[in-house]
Design a protein around this ligand. Structure first.
Ligand SMILES: [Zn+2]
Length: 291
């Protein structure tokens, strides 16, 4: 469970790690002999433990058990954890004597894995916790502008998700407690935020360099994609906004293609693909509305 994602993971490996993240999120260790469970590195308590100062966090749970009785060593637990954690530990049911540690599915009562619970957890991982709303979600004007763009609906939807900061970027995954290196998988120099992927990363800059007009010259210097989108809305014409949306979407897709298929798409191919897709879409919707 401690493996890390390398710089160029294969699709299978990535899928496995994603499954692992899912299992990590939805499962909990049941203490048997405690030999496999680190007191800090593993999830074995209903909530994260609170340690007293100076505790060696590399200890195994086995060190909290009395060697003879195989029951909790109350004095030791008292010395290592704050009261809330102490009580969490004493409420845990230990496995039968001599049993080994077991990883259990935690999200439904029967503690068995089901596709439905896995799906619910996957959704939970990729969406902000309830009550956490980004600026974009509350911004009616932005919503209306995006929705009036003449681009395929999936592109508008993408722009909305990007502005709401709910795309699975590495920084967002980390925010959802999925242990990944936050640095950009392509340039390795900056944190992989939405703005970085779609605008500031050298990989994205090479694509934007091919776009004529004001768009190319608009440098960000802003923090969130929401702010970038606001800046674009004030500076660009509708047609330029449509190009911006379409190219951003294509950059995102090209990055996914790199992650999942190890195919790096050249900037000119990304740009040409985005332009011709947009032209074709406009031609078709124009043909419909002119009937
Ligand atoms: Zn980058």
């Amino acid at each position: 469970m401690d493996a890390e994602l390398g710089s160029n993971p294969s699709y299978v490996w990535r899928s496995l790690l994603q499954t692992r993240d899912l299992i990590w999120e939805g499962s909990i260790w049941q203490v048997g002999d405690g030999e496999q469970i680190g007191i800090e590195s593993h999830k074995w308590l209903p909530r994260p433990p609170c340690f007293r100062p100076g505790v060696d966090k590399s200890l195994k749970v086995s060190s909290l058990l009395n060697a003879t009785t195989r029951q909790w060593d109350r004095a030791k637990i008292q010395s290592l954890f704050h009261d809330s954690t102490k009580s969490d530990i004493f409420h845990l049911k230990l496995g039968p004597p001599g049993s080994r540690d077991k990883l259990c599915w935690n999200e439904n009562k029967s503690k068995t894995f089901s596709v439905k619970t896995a799906y619910q957890i996957a959704v939970k991982l990729l969406n902000p916790p309830s009550g956490e709303h980004s600026n974009a979600r509350q911004d009616v004007r932005m919503w209306k502008t995006f929705w009036s763009l003449n681009t395929p609906p999936k592109v508008r939807n993408f722009l909305w998700r990007a502005s709401s900061d709910i795309l699975p970027t590495r920084v967002n995954l980390l925010r959802r407690k999925i242990q990944v290196d936050p640095r950009c998988t392509l340039c390795g120099q900056h944190d992989e935020t939405t703005t970085h992927i779609l605008w500031d990363c050298p990989y994205a800059r090479n694509v934007w360099a091919l776009v004529r007009g004001k768009l190319q010259k608009s440098r960000s210097g802003v923090l969130s994609f929401y702010e970038l989108a606001q800046m674009m809305m004030t500076r660009l014409t509708t047609s330029e906004l449509e190009t911006w949306a379409m190219v951003s979407w294509s950059i995102w897709n090209a990055r996914n293609k790199f992650h999942f298929e190890q195919v790096q798409t050249p900037p000119c191919v990304i740009f040409k693909g985005a332009s011709s897709f947009l032209e074709e879409y406009k031609r078709l919707t124009g043909a419909f509305s002119n009937r």
